[in-house]
Design a protein around this ligand. Structure first.
Ligand code: FES
Length: 144
């Protein structure tokens, strides 16, 4: 069996939503201290709905595929649903990742969460810190 699914290869070779949003409403950046990879997510948000999303990922193919899939999964979704996105859901949508690559999908979950938190912080919107368990500063390079 191939190490990577067709979906992983497709999203790696043809990433969706790659790029930058200059006037983003929220930006999240996280990194993995072990592999050194970095993922940045830009969100445009209107009425609590993600109207646009872009990513920049300096990392492995699995991280790029995870970014691409995760951005597809949150586009057009309300923030309440965006915050429910787990790395497990991203991995399943990619038809799986090898065990030693699961951490790459965790970056996508954490970067999106960090971008939503940045949006709330910029707007002065109150939130329950429990919603952001991954944003306690443990992520290398976390801007949250
Ligand atoms: Fe670190 Fe993929 S090897 S994000």
């Amino acid at each position: 069996m191939a190490l990577y699914s067709n979906k992983v290869m497709d999203h790696f070779r043809n990433p969706r939503n790659a790029g930058v949003i200059e006037d983003a409403d929220g930006v999240g950046e996280v990194g993995n201290a072990v592999c050194g990879d970095i993922m940045k997510i830009y969100l445009k948000i209107e009425n609590d709905v993600v109207t646009d999303v872009k990513f920049e990922t300096f990392g492995c193919g699995s991280a790029i595929a995870s970014s691409s899939m995760a951005t597809e999964m949150i586009k057009g979704k309300p923030l309440s649903q965006v915050l429910q996105l787990t790395n497990k859901a991203v991995t399943e949508a990619l038809d799986g990742l090898p065990a030693h690559k699961l951490h790459c999908s965790v970056l996508a979950e954490e970067a999106i969460r960090s971008a939503v938190k940045d949006y709330y912080d910029r707007r002065g919107i109150a939130y329950d810190p429990v919603q952001f368990p991954g944003c306690d500063g443990h992520c290398e390079g976390c801007m949250g």
